[in-house]
Design a protein around this ligand. Structure first.
Ligand SMILES: Nc1nc2c(c(=O)[nH]1)N[C@@H](CN(C=O)c1ccc(C(=O)N[C@@H](CCC(=O)O)C(=O)O)cc1)CN2
Length: 290
């Protein structure tokens, strides 16, 4: 029987642990971790994610600060806001919600964030640390959440398992592959130019899909018993009207073959946000002891 990897329930459990950790930090050091979230523009999905991040940070006892800027904000203005947050000793975590408006160079903005406060783990210092296996890296939230889900299901030891990651983004695919490599899995990164993707994917013990193509992965792409992690969040129109969110995996079809599968919604998404809370707590602790 296929197991549904319930990210919502696991995220809730982790959030309770973060709440305890935050309360201990307050009691022992009189410090409350503070997450600053920067939102530029009016993207409706980004507004929802930012408000969830704030709300869930506050629910664990952290402080949260939101900087909301208009779509027309210049790169210079945004860099100024980031330098203020970098210099503020009461702010421990900074994230700039993506995507940014097209006129702003995302890489330059990410590089302006103090790596110690980079709770998204996107700064080259943190991606370099992840690449070289240094433990103190702040790791991007979605891949961190995916690995937590996989290990919660399969156990801590992923040694020698064949993991295939479809999609090579800096936010998900590349860090995901590095994390699985650290777990001693055998990792293959696949993408739109990979030849005969279905045949390759059928070899995977762990299949992570992060491409943004609704229902790309079908039942005959998946090995019997494999763990399938669907990172896709695609809004599609219903034939009967209205819209809904689906992943990159044909959930119904693949459920008949996979050993375990994440639903969309309710799988990877909630794990992304709770991983951000874990990163913010870790960043605060590093700043106290570092
Ligand atoms: N600075 C960042 N920007 C973006 C990131 C990120 O990690 N850092 N990731 C995504 C968006 N994202 C978080 O920011 C995110 C996406 C989806 C979910 C989520 O919980 N999704 C729900 C379904 C969607 C819904 O209900 O609207 C789910 O899967 O259950 C959380 C966070 C891009 N930008």
């Amino acid at each position: 029987m296929t197991i549904v990897l319930d990210g919502k329930t696991l995220a809730q459990k982790i959030s309770e642990q973060v709440t305890k950790d935050v309360s201990k930090l307050k009691a022992e050091h009189n410090i409350t971790p503070c997450l600053a979230v920067v939102l530029v523009g009016e993207d409706p999905a980004s507004k929802i994610y930012v408000s969830r991040k704030k709300r869930q940070a506050v629910a664990t006892g952290m402080l949260s600060k939101e900087i909301t800027l208009p779509e027309t904000t210049s790169k210079k203005q945004l860099l100024k806001e980031i330098s203020l947050l970098n210099a503020d000793p009461n702010v421990h975590g900074i994230l700039v919600q993506l995507p940014l408006p097209k006129h702003i160079d995302t890489a330059q903005i990410i590089e302006a964030i103090d790596p110690r406060k980079d709770v998204d783990g996107f700064h080259p210092v943190n991606s370099g640390r992840l690449f070289s296996g240094v433990n103190s890296a702040l790791v991007p939230c979605t891949p961190r959440g995916c690995v937590t889900l996989v290990k919660n299901h399969r156990g801590q030891d992923l040694t020698g398992l064949l993991a295939i990651v479809i999609g090579c983004s800096n936010i998900v695919g590349k860090p995901m592959a590095q994390l699985l490599l650290q777990e001693k899995a055998t990792v293959i990164m696949a993408h739109s130019k990979t030849q005969d993707l279905p045949t390759l994917c059928r070899k995977a013990d762990i299949l992570v899909v992060a491409v943004g193509v609704p229902g790309l992965v079908k039942a005959d792409w998946v090995k019997e018993g494999a763990t399938v992690i669907d990172v896709g969040i695609n809004r599609i129109n219903n034939p009967e009207g209205g819209s809904c969110i689906v992943g990159d995996v044909d959930y119904v079809g693949v459920s008949s073959v996979a050993g375990a599968i994440t639903p969309v919604p309710g799988g990877v998404g909630p794990m992304t946000i709770v991983s951000l809370l874990q990163n913010t707590y870790a960043a605060a602790v590093n700043q106290i002891y570092g």
